[in-house]
Ligand binder design. Structure first.
Ligand code: FES
Length: 555
């Protein structure tokens, strides 16, 4: 009776019976929307995916899913990553689907799509949105994110006038596609490729390249075969694949956000991953992708150099090459013909981009459960630093005071922002790259030590200690630090601490009161009650692991 209803209703939409009978039904889960500039081309690209599905004898159905345009969503897309993951899982569970093509790329869409698909465990393949094209300004290549931050600081310092700034506004984001630095988007799609979720080389193809359309069609063709092979994520996603993702993350010099997303993705696939595991498994992997913010090239250059396969070829010794990938071959087989055509953009291990690591995990009395820093995008002189704290209780207070000419601050001050974590903000926005006070910018200062329980855009740079856990709003020690306390950062030793006696910390803790949540309805209520801390991936406590959809026998 149920299959009769399905057949009947498909014919209601104008499909002939023999168009769908005995063919794999493929969902194209598309995170396109009119307010997601990085995905502006995905409606059109879905047509190429459909072409590939039909060519291989499948039947495509496009399903819209929550579109998380990074800079458009308030207060932060991170609040909604788990929403997207839930939506994807329930779409795959509730509809009559045999396999799925996942379309996304802007920061939280990649982890959201993968988390949902891993929990549902149906055959799936990822079609990344692809990075936007480079532009040029005064003869130099410019892109999104890192350049925005650099030019903004120069504008604030008075080195760029308003006319130039307005001109730059449009040029830095020249075309549809994801940010063309090694920000969270490119970090996560590259990691997804290394973990086996997409066709080799797919993640770095520019969004506006015709090769991107061909990759979309080829992915559509491949998913049909994956359904016949019953090639589910559980058949290739395991601890070794996660380790490949971590190693790739380090070689990319990738975004700090990836630490959170990797833990959450691994958890959905039944792989236990701790923050310290990332630090340990990634140790000794050099930063080889010479892409902003760790390097000085853009994703288009990375593509011309050979993309992720060329990068992985350089770190083969760190990889589990026998891991299977969605094209049915192993990672090692996929890399056999990979070539690097620009050794300045994809470096060799004996010529790394920087001596700094992509990620260091810190512990201490300020972050008992951990915090992270990206040494490769920080100032070497601050990696071991002691200075007095200047504490802001909220983003509102910080914005009101940070540029006050009377603010007592100098280059050695440690700027601290609290209540920017998963519960405190809520949603853990990218507030962790605290602005340099204008009077210091005008004096030539471009970096300071900054500490927060928030995140930082993967496109940004600076000596920023992020993801402090437990966060202040959950009663973490960050809630107890006061302006004037000395803070010690020692990245080599993995230490972040306030130099305050244990007795004094205990006194402050006894007096501490949590701030009541201001938003208590709808999805935010669920988020506040169930989100885990940053070191645990910020997933919901009731969503860990997977459950294969079972057809209910109610008809
Ligand atoms: Fe979408 Fe940067 S805003 S990837």
């Amino acid at each position: 009776m149920r299959s009769f209803a399905h057949r009947q209703r498909l014919q209601q939409m104008g499909l002939r019976r023999d168009e769908f009978m005995s063919r794999p039904v493929i969902a194209i889960i598309n995170t396109w929307s009119d307010l997601s500039p990085c995905h502006a081309h995905l409606r059109e690209r879905a047509e190429a995916v459909k072409r590939g599905i039909l060519f291989a004898g499948g039947m495509p159905f496009e399903l819209p899913a929550m579109s998380l345009g990074e800079v458009m969503v308030k207060p932060t897309t991170m609040l909604y990553r788990n929403f997207l993951a839930m939506e994807v899982e329930e779409l795959l569970r509730s509809l009559p689907i045999d396999g799925a093509v996942l379309m996304g790329g802007c920061d939280k869409t990649t982890p959201g799509l993968l988390m949902g698909a891993l929990s549902a465990d149906l055959p799936c393949i990822f079609v990344p949105a692809g990075p936007m094209l480079n532009d040029r300004h005064r003869g130099t290549a410019v892109g999104a994110g890192t350049h925005t931050k650099k030019f903004w600081d120069e504008y604030q310092a008075g080195n760029i006038d308003q006319a130039e700034w307005i001109g730059l506004e449009a040029r830095m984001t020249r075309a549809p596609g994801t940010c063309n630095t090694m920000g969270t988007a490119s970090t996560m799609t590259s990691i997804a490729e290394a973990m086996g979720f997409m066709l080799p080389g797919a993640s770095s193809i520019p969004a506006m390249d015709s090769a991107h359309t061909r990759m979309a069609s080829a992915s559509g063709e491949r998913i049909v075969q994956m359904v016949w092979e019953d090639f589910r994520p559980s058949t290739f996603f395991n601890a070794a694949a996660v380790r490949n993702g971590i190693v790739t993350y380090m070689a990319l010099g990738g975004s700090t956000n990836a630490a959170i997303h990797l833990i959450a993705i691994a958890g959905r696939g039944g792989v236990s991953l701790k923050l310290d595991d990332i630090g340990r498994q990634g140790a000794g992997v050099p930063v080889l992708a010479n892409v902003f913010p760790s390097g000085n090239r853009l994703m288009e250059d990375f593509y011309y150099a050979g993309g992720v396969p060329a990068l992985l070829r350089q770190i083969e010794g760190h990889l589990a090459l026998d891991c299977r990938t969605v094209n049915g071959r192993t990672l090692g087989e996929n890399l056999r013909d990979a070539q690097c055509t620009d050794t300045e953009t994809v470096r060799s291990p004996d010529n790394p981009v920087t001596e700094g690591r992509a990620l260091a995990v810190l512990h201490g009395n300020l972050a008992p459960s951990g915090a992270v820093i990206k040494p490769s995008a920080a100032s070497a002189k601050f990696l071991k630093h002691t200075g007095p704290a200047l504490v802001f209780d909220s983003i509102v207070e910080m914005n009101a005071r940070i540029h006050d000419p009377a603010l007592e601050v100098d280059e050695n001050t440690v700027l601290v922002l609290r209540n920017g974590g998963p519960i405190g903000a809520p949603g853990m926005p990218e507030w962790g790259n605290l602005p340099i006070p204008r009077k210091l910018l005008e004096a030539g200062v471009r970096d300071m030590v900054r500490i927060s329980d928030a995140r930082m855009s993967g496109t940004h740079y600076g000596t920023c200690v992020l993801h402090v856990a437990p966060e202040a709003a959950a009663g973490g020690p960050l809630a107890l630090i006061r302006t004037g306390d000395l803070v010690e950062l020692d990245v080599e030793a993995g230490r972040i601490a306030m130099l305050v006696t244990e007795e004094e910390i205990a006194r402050r803790r006894a007096a501490w009161q949590p701030t009541p949540a201001t938003r208590k309805r709808g999805y935010t209520k669920i988020f506040l009650e169930h989100v885990r801390q940053a070191d645990e991936g910020c997933d919901f406590d009731f969503l860990m692991g997977r459950e294969t959809p079972v057809e209910p026998s109610i008809y």
